[in-house]
Design a protein around this ligand. Structure first.
Ligand SMILES: [Zn+2]
Length: 184
């Protein structure tokens, strides 16, 4: 329960540069300064600069070659879009490659161990706050069950798939379906 309570406060959210008041290194007041034609928050005391960047994430279309029309979807446990379906995925930790993050998130959210076969593409969220790399993978083992950020994990037929919660996931799934169709 403690974990769940903590998790509800760990949202993917950027604090816009304008909301950064103090240097996280030395606690001096941050000032505005122009770099590369853009205003950035920087610390005149120690030189810290807040480079506003998108957050990197990875997600996966898990497909079983024996049932190529079925993929694994997970139902979100937390806001935003709580209760809605997405592909398994999440944020890339600083110690991980995008592929390692995709494999870890799949294990955490679906219970499946996966092997990555291919990269589908990369999309930005409409707000440009997150960049998501999408992979195609197949299961190696494990037992399908929802975990951590997912209340439920399920094999879903592509034709009966619910609308996914995020535009990046919808775009990636559309690309996947288009590739399946071209592959015949
Ligand atoms: Zn500083």
């Amino acid at each position: 329960m403690a974990d769940e309570e903590t998790n509800t406060f760990v949202q993917w959210r950027h604090a816009p540069a304008s909301q950064w008041l103090y240097c996280p290194l030395c606690r001096a007041d941050l000032k505005d300064r122009c770099w590369d034609g853009k205003m950035r928050r920087y610390c005149p005391h120690c030189g810290f600069v807040y480079w506003e960047r998108p957050l990197p994430a990875a997600a996966t279309v898990i497909v079983n070659s024996r049932h190529p029309t079925k993929i694994v979807l997970v139902r979100r446990r937390y806001p935003p879009e709580e209760g809605q379906w997405t592909l398994p995925g999440g944020g890339i930790e600083s110690s991980e490659s995008p592929q390692e993050a995709a494999i870890r998130e799949a294990r955490e959210e679906t219970g499946l161990t996966i092997a990555i076969d291919d990269e589908l593409g990369t999309w930005s969220t409409p707000s440009r706050e997150t960049v998501v790399v999408f992979y195609v993978a197949h299961p190696l083992g494990g037992t399908l069950r929802g975990g951590t950020d997912a209340t439920e994990a399920s094999w879903v037929d592509l034709e009966a798939a619910p609308r996914l919660a995020f535009s990046t996931h919808r775009e990636a799934l559309a690309r996947f379906i288009q590739r399946q169709v071209s592959a015949g």
